[in-house]
Design a protein around this ligand. Structure first.
Ligand code: ADP
Length: 219
């Protein structure tokens, strides 16, 4: 198999998308393009986009389609993404974003659109125990037995709960998902491009299902 692939990973927040994307990006040797990470970086840098994104993210809303399409369009035009491919995490999130992505990728179409399927109740439980390193973004699961000061095993950064992982914001994001992102699933399904992957299981099991689905789609 030649490394490289153009992939979309859809799925509810807390389905384990982020972690699986990191592994998939290593496996297929492609950049992991996470719009959430890009927006959080903009917030940290205090750019104009960051100020706008912070307001929207804190309220559990979605950044406007035009803004998101412009950001992703720039990123996909970078040489690494053009040459090797990519894995898109968090984009597209609405049907207009998917239509814009189809336009952008006309010359080099997406190989596989994967839907990591995890039931809402399970996701709610997982997100409330999610903790993230502020510096490198590594995800952890809180068990309630941690020290008050939690240091990242990977980079030594501070591990905390994301501002938008409060139960209210999580419920709002899950509602938004049903409203705006679930139609995406239908969009890709109608075109026969969607591969649903069972996201319930150990991280290794789920990873093997995802890679098998990509290899099958590339054939
Ligand atoms: P989660 O999957 O937990 O919502 P992400 O890291 O993917 O987290 O995104 C964090 C926030 O960034 C989202 O709740 C939303 O406000 C914003 N965001 C990320 N990607 C997009 C997108 N494609 N369209 C609109 N808003 C986005």
């Amino acid at each position: 198999m030649i490394p490289g692939a153009r992939l979309i990973l859809l799925g509810r927040q807390g389905a384990g998308k982020g972690t699986q994307c990191v592994r998939l990006s290593r496996h297929f040797v492609v950049p992991h393009i996470s719009t959430g990470d890009m927006l959080r970086a903009a917030v940290r840098e205090g750019t104009e986009l960051g100020r706008l994104a912070k307001k929207v993210m804190d309220a559990g809303g979605l950044v406007g389609d035009d803004t998101m399409v412009a950001i992703v369009g720039d990123r996909l035009a970078q040489p690494d993404a053009v040459g090797r491919g990519y894995i898109l995490d968090g984009f597209p999130r609405t049907v207009p974003q998917a239509e814009a992505l189809d336009e952008m990728t006309r010359a080099r179409p997406i190989d596989a659109c994967l839907d990591l399927d995890v039931p809402r109740e399970l996701v709610l439980r997982r997100i409330s125990s999610r903790r993230v390193c502020r510096d490198c973004g590594t995800n952890y699961m809180a068990t309630g037995r941690e020290h008050a000061e939690w240091i990242c095993d990977v980079c030594g950064g501070e591990v905390t709960q994301r501002d938008d992982d409060t139960p209210e914001a999580v419920n709002r994001r899950l509602d938004l998902y049903e409203e705006q992102t679930a139609p995406l699933i239908e969009y890709y399904q109608r075109q026969g491009r969607l591969v649903v992957v069972d996201g319930v299981g150990s991280p290794d099991e789920v990873f093997h299902r995802l890679t098998a689905a990509v290899h099958a789609a590339q054939r």
